[in-house]
Design a protein around this ligand. Structure first.
Ligand SMILES: [Zn+2]
Length: 1017
């Protein structure tokens, strides 16, 4: 009685929590909104909404969703995007529904149309609806419902006290499915369990039936004798009275006969209804998705992760379809009445949320996996939607790579006597169902190396074979699966790609990863920080011990369930000491360190000072200090940082440090790493008229003790020109004495802080002397200031790429920042030609501001020669109207389109200076600088001549020879809609530069350059 009462109170509390939780708003902060439709009445039939996509929207890289807001939208209208039905199941909220839009469904330069249609032209019980098309953040793509569900769906439902008195040994589920509705015509679940308490009088199973859609016709014992039962709708407990009292170790058996429509409310599964019907390419699909507590919606079971059992499944389905489920397919048999029965047997213990059925017109693409020791083989493959086979038929490749890798790292595939397959289902997310992962459409690609395919496969070891006992410890599943994605990249791509992947994670450091917040499946917390904790543990233990411990932990807890202390204990065996300090700060604790550090030398000793300035205790971590000498040879030293401020002495012997880096591979989760001085900005490198070079820079001088200037003639090996003893904090320029003539030299500079830290280097600028010291020169202007995640804009050497081409041609040049032109420090009128690179700037950074336009106007009117390249110049000046007149009259161009329509090669037009040339740019080629996202398509106007084309429709370049609008003599212009430095290979770059310079009147033998400009025609 007491037990019943307390359970009753627990149940009541659970209901109160559920009913009072507020609908979570969808925050639009930081998102790109492609379209917003004001509330409008939509009752019936079909309604279309058309919209353009703003140019800034990155539809190639970002996923989008549409939120259809309106009450009572449960009878979901169908959604069509550009005429295609969106087959993904929507997420239903109390205030509307959300669809993830398929990749490639949106069109950049065309009208996009969303259409809503009510099924069978029925009425929609809807108040006015509004539509918002919005971008998804990275993690939301695959955790769509987890993020957008409006109710708290993840708290573990109350357990009946009697459920702790037995252990389920085996389930047998005979179930019939139809494909016309999410309904079960008939099912029998038989459960067999062992009594673990002194005695047991009733078996309590979880079986959710809040909507009353399911009917239990009878419950029997193993002899077929009917048993009394009550089915509590509110608690979802099916309480079965055993025929007698069972005592400890006795085995009981019950069979539940039921039919009907499973509860479709989203409350127990992260992806909405656990038993689902949907369609793909007009074909129906039935599939299940039960994590975390949704198994109880469609089959009676002890629905908690801590109790695993084996299961046999006998699934009767329409005979034209294929059924995929857990374990080994024993046989399938046509029943002759349009139905077929599929008998599967999962002989390895499985947790209830990993039991799965998928049924549709699959195409199977598979092969064989051989164990690491060669002793066994097993089928491995992919059940695909027929319409996706072109994209996914090669998935086996990556799947086998990952199987081999994880078997090597974690121990042999744990379900080797059965199989590993994936089956496509109707959600854009994977689910690691044991031996039969459910996979989002097309998500195995490319070639089985898709993130989702790798992640779910890794779950077979961690999540399925070794399962977190409680969702508060979900990181034990998701941390390993997420880290395995990175390990796959490390093995099959590169070490660098691996570190980049880990560094790309958005990580939450609060609250703790173990605890009540963890069971919300928060990506940045459970998945990403969970993976980062393993990454850091690897750095603490070293590779060998880390992976040996993973293997031992997996072997020890195979086919059972675990909590975090068990993982810790296993890692401590290999670490050889307590890891409390590590787990307390990273697993049970919150926050992360902020580091300030610096280095100096004292004789052969490198002195590294590390300060942690976050509030609270110091984080204890081994820190990599990587020391490189001027030739680029490097050594890594590991220091154990365990105090808020600490200085380490590292003996270097005869190794002379040039560059010292703090945790360069980013093994530690940290807020920031700072040195205390700002990086100086290089302003100009110009010939001093005596064979030397004058270098000017700018710096606020904060916390700066001086600068280090380095020089190179090949951009690879650098020599120190002057150190802080010469270049004190107040110094802003330096002259390098005469250098060999007709050679190019490049410079960059960095600061040394007052406590000895070195900043990163500035941009790289060069100069070249001619045969004669007073010969007219070319000025290269670095106008590329944009900073972005590709790191294209800052601390770059693109001006030097221009310089190399000019040097190859054989002409002298100086280099400066556009800021030096604006300030008047460098005068274009002193130069015979200007070569201006604006890279891929855009309106925000201003490609040419009003002052720059005035300076260039003046220059061209006075017989200047101007070679200018960059993406987005047309977009900024012409389309965004920040200089239309200048663009048309001085760059002789009209803006046509914001990209090259996919082309990354250009061809010279006949009878122009590029006649006969064809070359590539952009597109990730190792010699092509960086990826150009929006090369401008342009056309020549105002006397200009189109000289380069991307295709027959899209043009890339303009040349002009003639007098500019207020000019007095002929000037010349060449303008490209894409950046010069992205042209490849370098021979093509050099050829382009040579043709431009010849057009400008230069000869590679510099002496014959026409000093006085061109004659008037
Ligand atoms: Zn996962």
């Amino acid at each position: 009685m007491r037990a019943f009462l307390s359970a009753f109170f627990i149940m009541m509390m659970f209901l109160i929590i559920l009913s009072t939780s507020a609908a979570r708003e969808i925050s639009m902060e930081g998102r790109t909104i492609l379209f917003e439709q004001e509330p409008t009445l939509f009752k019936k039939g079909r309604a279309a909404f058309a919209f353009d996509i703003p140019k800034e929207a990155d539809i190639a890289q970002t996923a989008y969703a549409v939120f259809i807001k309106g009450k009572e939208l449960k009878d979901a209208p169908e959604l069509f995007l550009n005429g295609q039905r969106v087959d993904m199941e929507p997420l239903c909220r109390r205030d509307g529904m959300i669809y993830a839009l398929p990749y490639g469904g949106l069109k950049l330069y065309e009208k996009n149309t969303l259409e809503l249609a009510t099924p069978d032209n029925s009425d929609l019980r809807s108040s006015p609806i509004s539509l918002t098309v919005f971008s998804l953040f990275d993690y939301e793509e695959t955790h769509f419902v987890r993020v957008f569900a409006d109710v708290d769906i993840f708290a573990q439902p109350a357990k009946h006290p009697d459920q702790d008195k037995y252990d389920v040994l085996h389930y047998d589920l005979a179930i019939e499915i139809i494909t016309t509705a999410a309904r079960i015509p008939a099912a029998v679940l038989t459960a067999q369990g062992e009594v673990t308490a002194d005695e047991l009088t009733q078996v309590v199973l979880d079986f959710k039936n809040t909507n009353g859609g399911l009917t239990i016709s009878k419950v029997t014992d193993d002899l077929g004798k009917s048993l009394a039962f009550t089915h509590n709708t509110a608690s979802s407990w099916l309480i079965i009275t055993l025929p007698r009292t069972y005592i400890k170790s006795e085995i009981w058996t019950v069979s539940v006969y039921y039919s009907g429509t499973p509860d479709s409310t989203a409350l127990q599964s992260t992806f909405g209804a656990p038993f689902r019907r949907s369609t793909h390419d007009s074909t129906p699909i039935i599939y299940t998705f039960s994590q975390p507590y949704g198994a109880r919606n469609w089959w009676p079971c002890k629905d908690v992760p801590e109790d695993k059992a084996t299961i046999d499944l006998h699934i009767t389905a329409p005979s034209q379809y294929t059924v995929v489920s857990n374990g080994k397919l024993l046989n399938s048999q046509d029943l002759g009445n349009g139905k077929k029965i599929w008998n599967y047997s999962e002989t390895y213990p499985v947790v209830t949320y990993l039991v799965s059925i998928c049924c549709t017109n699959y195409v199977y693409s598979g092969g064989t996996y051989t164990t690491q020791d060669g002793s066994k083989t097993m089928p491995v493959g992919h059940y695909l939607f027929p319409e996706n086979t072109a994209i996914e038929q090669n998935a086996l490749k990556g799947t086998l790579e990952a199987l081999n890798l994880f078997a090597e790292l974690y121990g042999e595939y744990p379900f080797i006597n059965e199989k590993y397959v994936t089956a496509t289902h109707g959600i854009n997310s994977g689910m690691e169902h044991q031996t039969c992962t459910s996979m989002g459409p097309k998500n195995t690609s490319p070639e089985g190396r898709g993130r989702q395919n790798i992640h779910e496969l890794a779950h077979q070891w961690f999540g399925d074979c070794v399962t977190c006992q409680h969702y508060d410890h979900l990181w034990l599943n998701e941390g390993f699966a997420t880290y395995s994605e990175a390990l796959f990249i490390e093995r099959y791509t590169s070490k660098e790609a691996f570190h980049n992947y880990v560094n790309s994670w958005t990580i939450e450091d609060s609250p703790a990863i173990v605890g009540p917040e963890a069971d919300r499946f928060r990506d940045a917390l459970v998945y990403k920080k969970g993976a980062m904790v393993l990454h850091m543990l690897r750095h603490v233990l070293g590779d060998k011990k880390f992976f040996d411990a993973a293997k031992a932990y997996h072997a020890k807890y195979a086919y059972s369930t675990v909590l975090t202390p068990q993982l810790q204990a296993e890692y401590e065996v290999f670490y050889g000491a307590s890891l409390d300090w590590f787990f307390n700060q990273w697993v049970y604790g919150t926050g992360r360190p902020s580091y300030v550090w610096g280095w100096t030398t004292q004789g052969n000793t490198l002195k590294v000072t590390i300060t942690q300035n976050q509030v609270g205790n110091p984080f204890i971590m081994p820190v990599d200090i990587q020391v490189s000498d001027i030739k680029g040879r490097s050594k890594t030293f590991v220091v154990l940082n365990n105090q808020k401020t600490q200085t380490f002495d590292i003996e270097l012997g005869d190794f002379v440090p040039f560059l010292v880096q703090f945790d360069p591979e980013n093994w530690i989760l940290k807020k920031s790493v700072t040195t205390t001085a700002p990086t100086p900005t290089l302003l100009s490198v110009e010939a001093d008229g005596k064979g030397g070079a004058k270098i000017k820079w700018q710096s606020s001088g904060d916390n700066t003790s001086g600068f280090q200037l380095v020089m190179s003639d090949n951009l690879t090996t650098w020599t120190l020109v002057a150190n802080k003893d010469v270049l004190g904090a107040a110094i802003k320029e330096y002259t390098v004495p005469a250098l060999p003539v007709q050679k190019a030299f490049y410079f960059r500079i960095r600061a040394i802080s007052s406590t000895g830290e070195l900043t990163s280097f500035s941009d790289t600028y060069g100069f070249r002397t001619g045969a004669s010291l007073n010969a007219p020169k070319i000025l290269i202007v670095d106008g590329y200031d944009r900073w972005d995640t590709q790191g294209r804009g800052v601390n770059h050497a693109w001006a030097a790429t221009h310089g190399q081409a000019v040097h190859e041609f054989g002409a002298p040049f100086d280099t400066c920042a556009n800021e030096a032109i604006i300030s008047g420090d460098i005068l274009p009128s002193s130069y015979a030609a200007l070569i201006w690179g604006s890279g891929e700037e855009s309106t925000v950074e201003s490609t040419f501001n009003v002052q720059e336009q005035a300076i260039i106007r003046n220059y061209l009117n006075n017989a200047g020669r101007f070679f200018v390249t960059g993406a987005e110049i047309g977009w900024d000046l012409d389309y965004k109207a920040n200089g239309v007149e200048f663009y048309n009259n001085y760059l002789k161009a009209d803006y046509v389109a914001d990209d090259s329509n996919g082309a990354f090669t250009v061809t010279g037009l006949a009878n122009t200076i590029f006649d006969g040339m064809s070359f590539g740019f952009n597109n990730g080629h190792p010699d092509s600088g960086y990826e150009v996202l929006y090369p401008d398509s342009i056309k020549a106007v105002q006397g200009g001549v189109t000289c380069l084309k991307y295709s027959d429709t899209y043009m890339a370049g303009v040349q002009f020879a003639g007098v500019f609008p207020s000019g007095i003599k002929e000037g010349r212009l060449v303008y490209f809609g894409f950046p010069f430095e992205t042209i490849y290979p370098s021979t093509a770059r050099n050829e382009v530069m040579a043709r431009v310079l010849k057009f400008f009147g230069f000869e590679s033998d510099y002496s014959v350059f026409p000093k006085s400009g061109f004659a008037l025609h």
